[in-house]
Ligand binder design. Sequence first.
Ligand code: MSP
Length: 651
Amino acid sequence: MKFYVTTPIYYVNDIPTVGHAYTTVACDVLARYHRLRGDDVLFTTGTDENAEKNVRAAEAQGIDSKRFVDKMADRFRQEWRGLGISYDDFIRTTEPRQQEAVQAFFDTIYESGDLYLDEYEGWYCVSDETYFREEELIEGRCPNPECGKKVEWMSEPAHFFRLSKYEGALLDQIEKDPGWLLPEFRKNEVVNFIRGGLRDVCISRQSDWGIPLPASIPDSEGHVIYVWADALVNYLTCAGYPADAERFERYWPADVHVMAKDIFVRFHATLWPAMLMSAGLSLPTRIVAHGWWTQGGEKISKSRGGTVPRPGPVLDMLMEETGCSRPRAVDALRYYMLRQVPFGQDGEFTGEALLVRYADDLANDLGNLLHRVLPMVHRYRQGRIPATSEAEPELHEAAKTAVRGWEKAVSTLDFRGGLEATWEFLRAANRYVDQKAPWSLAKSDDEKALDRVLYSAAEAIRVAACLVAPVMPDAAAEIERQLGLGAWERSWQQASEWGLLPGGSEAGQPKPLFPQLEAAKPAVSAGEQAAPKGRGSTEEQVMISFKEFQKLDLRVGEIVSAERVPNADKLLKLSVDVGDETRTMVAGIALSYKPEELVGRSVVVVANLEPATIRGVRSEGMILAGWVEGDDESISIVAPDRPVPKGSVVS
Ligand code: MSP
């Protein structure tokens, strides 16, 4: 099966925002998913360079237009590489192949009688690169509420495309193919727009920036093709039109064009299919519009003033707040974008919401599953995945439900639904580990039961890696590495199979998948994870200077009292005498220590840690402990080897 997916090609008047990244990531997820299924994928993106607004942006920077678009196209490529975008083709509309395709295409349209010369008199918005009728303007300005810029009067001879001729054919197409335009509610906007009456579209301008109308068309001299008419043809160019007939035969029509709602009704759902009908070419199988990312309720846009969220700074923020590596921050951003809002709807982009998704879904649900199970494989089975023929059927059922959930969701681009189905499965796997309590089985002599639980949990993690791979390719590869599946040839089929993890194979070393700096943890999960984390706990080892180390106020303290924190299995509330005062500290050590065995014990305390409220208790410091990461029963508190007075410095 072939699968051809396209993003819009972006204007290069500025570098991309998270809005452009959204469409591109969504298409990347589709492409990766289809590759996993074994499909022959063509995933294209690119830059729309023949727009007047690019020329104006170049002028504003005092750079020659060609040099400017070259530089910006490189920037776009760089941005997409940085977000793990696996495009197969990146098209620039200033390339010769685009000129060849556009001219061939307009020759065909001319031959079908759909081009004619007339006088254009009307308004043009350079920012939207759109023609408007007088009555469409709002107080003399661009009617697009996101734009509202001054429009320019144009009066020149121009070539027109007979769009009006296609009203009926377009309405028929919409009716006969219900899944053609998505989402459903936007389809009605298209129908209303067409029923409101389609006017013929001016498709040429007198300019020297753009693709010249073919010389074969009379009166074409001095005319370049209207930038939208040029840009839309990129979808054909990438499929090999007109020169590579075999490639074109293989990939056209596109399986899905993805874009935001701003360029859906007028351009992709109306003008483009009408142009294709005129040229006698098949229509794309589906055209899908998603919503906008907003900030303060307004569309995030390159042309808006102020700070606009762009992928680079968002990734920097994530790395700084959590201590994760760049590829993992990329995964988290990709996940957030697709999980946070339903695909057709608008959504407010906030760093806070991104950090909550990171902490709750990635560090907690996904990361913890791996980091509970793998250390136990090391501790109880010397790092070997147990061999068992009794992998848990109930978990397999849950895995199959998740796979079906993804498959259904992908067919309607319901990424959120797909991820929810996956997380349902992750929660089931976490519940399974809780219920089977392998740490207790390890104390019994039921070796087979422990093998079965550890194997099934590890197998669930393998399936999870497969399910998240299209969205978080780097995390998926890291999970597989930790499971010891370094050279694993992943396929979608394997997500529904059970028992593929080779028993007896050696697991990799555990390493936090989505690390979280203590300070970044929300109070509740900090308590629940009870994680007095080791130095190596952040993804990349960060070296600190001796001076930085000296900033730590480490002291010897003595536990004066200890009690459980209500409704928190892992937490103890301690009173610790640190020499000159007694402090309250919440410590996640309840699975390793009973309160009564702690009173009178010496401990090492971080005395200058910012206070935090954990489960309603204000904690003013932290005691140090060693542990096998992920195993809350292995905690061992750190104490001086010989008696030293309370309040003594530790250095
Ligand atoms: N060049 C045209 C597209 C031609 S396609 C044949 C264009 N370029 S653009 O640079 O303005 O990109 C618009 C597209 O960028 C939107 O349709 C959407 O895919 C993406 N987005 C830009 N900002 C966005 C948001 N704030 N939110 C969601 N998507 C956004 O139009």
